[in-house]
Design a protein around this ligand. Structure first.
Ligand code: NAD
Length: 276
């Protein structure tokens, strides 16, 4: 078997067009406030891409760049200002923050209806309780990719490798809400390969290059590779190349989950505008 590759870039482009069309009929364009603290080069690239896409789909770019030595109080004041600004429909605090800042406390200053990253306590609570709200972008992108290929989720066994607040936990919740039987694995899980081999849908979000080998995958399973790692040979994911011979469907790295994360950010920002 050779896995069918899911084209995340094509799916993301479809979402961008849908968001642009939705934004085009609004009287007031939604506004995305990305907040970057300091000059970490990787974070700067991520934020630049988000701002570029935001402008492309007709939204306002209301970016704020704060100095690396900004105090907790000053950063909180900026977030409060953005929370009160009616032109700002979505606020995204780019992580990681410099170590002197309390990221959790700052994230929680973002009102739930502007939390386009879906990372506040309020958004996590809404997700867990199954109530409407803004969902974290990468997990939302994973579900959108699974839906784009008509994956049958009800009753499927989904195994999620990773339990971060950013990816593992929220994607497990979202799969549970779609009636999967969900197993969450982590760095202390015993017999990881055996557990993964039970999966109809396997989500690899451990942040370990090539962790998921062919012996972790049931023949014909759907495998979502969330990992992104820069190597001398380019980008790779958490899933080993040998998995292509075993999986039924697979997301490539690059070009799988990655492009969907920004697409879901744009969709969240457009949706957040309607929550005003
Ligand atoms: P994280 O480091 O916060 O969490 C990793 C999780 O994996 C932890 O819960 C840990 O227990 C688990 N884990 C680590 N080693 C393991 C092992 N050997 N076996 C089983 N579980 C193990 O990472 P994260 O923020 O959730 O991101 C995970 C990966 O996804 C990273 O490579 C990150 O770069 C990537 N990522 C990609 C996107 C995207 O847009 N494509 C978005 C977010 C994160």
């Amino acid at each position: 078997m050779t896995a069918i590759l899911i084209d995340g870039a094509a799916e993301a482009s479809t979402v961008h067009k849908q968001v642009a069309a939705a934004v085009g009929v609004l009287d007031e364009p939604p506004g995305l406030a990305t907040v970057l603290v300091g000059d970490d080069p990787a974070s700067a690239i991520y934020v630049r891409n988000k701002r570029k896409r935001c402008i492309e789909v007709g939204m306002r770019d209301l970016h704020r760049h704060l100095p690396v030595d900004v105090s907790q109080i000053q950063a909180a004041e900026v977030l409060d200002e953005l929370a009160a600004d009616s032109r700002v429909t979505g606020i995204l605090l780019q992580l990681p923050l410099p170590p002197h800042l309390d990221a959790a406390a700052l994230i929680d200053r973002i009102p739930a209806h502007k939390d386009v990253d879906g990372l506040t306590e309020a958004s996590a609570g809404r997700l867990t309780l199954g109530r409407p709200g803004l969902r974290p972008c990468t997990p939302a992108g994973i579900l959108a990719l699974l839906d784009s290929i008509g994956t049958s989720l009800a009753g499927a066994h989904a195994v999620v490798v990773g339990r971060s607040n950013l990816v593992g936990k929220p994607v497990a919740q979202m799969l549970l809400q779609r009636d999967c039987t969900v197993t969450v694995c982590h760095s202390r899980t015993r017999n990881l390969a055996d557990v993964c081999r039970e999966a109809d849908v396997l989500v690899a979000a451990a942040g370990v290059p090539g962790l998921i080998g062919a012996d972790f995958v049931k023949s014909g399973a759907t495998v979502i590779d969330v990992g992104i790692h820069r190597t001398a040979n380019g980008l790779c994911g958490d899933v080993n190349g040998a998995v292509r011979a075993v999986a039924g469907v697979l997301t490539p790295v690059p070009g799988g989950v990655g492009p969907m994360t920004i697409a879901m950010l744009l969709r969240n920002t457009a949706d957040a505008g309607t929550l005003r």
